[in-house]
Design a protein around this ligand. Structure first.
Ligand code: FES
Length: 84
């Protein structure tokens, strides 16, 4: 699975750095490094939506820094067959 977190200026101001750091931490804690690729992305053209734009494979999500745990549990974990 490929996760891309927008680091364009609008998303950066909404907390993309915190989102990336938190996701990175959760991926490590759950030993998913070999299953999940986490990358930064330039603007994905969805700046007007609340939250940091995150794409997982072909789908877009909008994640607030405080909601990263929830996003990880509800979106990322169920998408990985061997995930806990
Ligand atoms: S800056 Fe993130 S979608 Fe535009």
């Amino acid at each position: 699975m490929e996760i891309r977190v927008c680091i364009g200026s609008s998303c950066y101001l909404k907390g993309s750095r915190e989102v990336i750091n938190e996701l990175n931490q959760l991926i490590k804690e759950n030993s998913l490094n070999s299953m999940v690729s986490l990358k930064g992305s330039f603007c994905m053209g969805k700046c007007s939506v609340d939250g940091v734009t995150v794409s997982c494979d072909d789908k877009f999500y909008f994640v607030e820094p405080d909601d990263v745990d929830d996003f990880f549990e509800k979106v990322i974990v169920p998408s990985i067959p061997r995930a806990i």
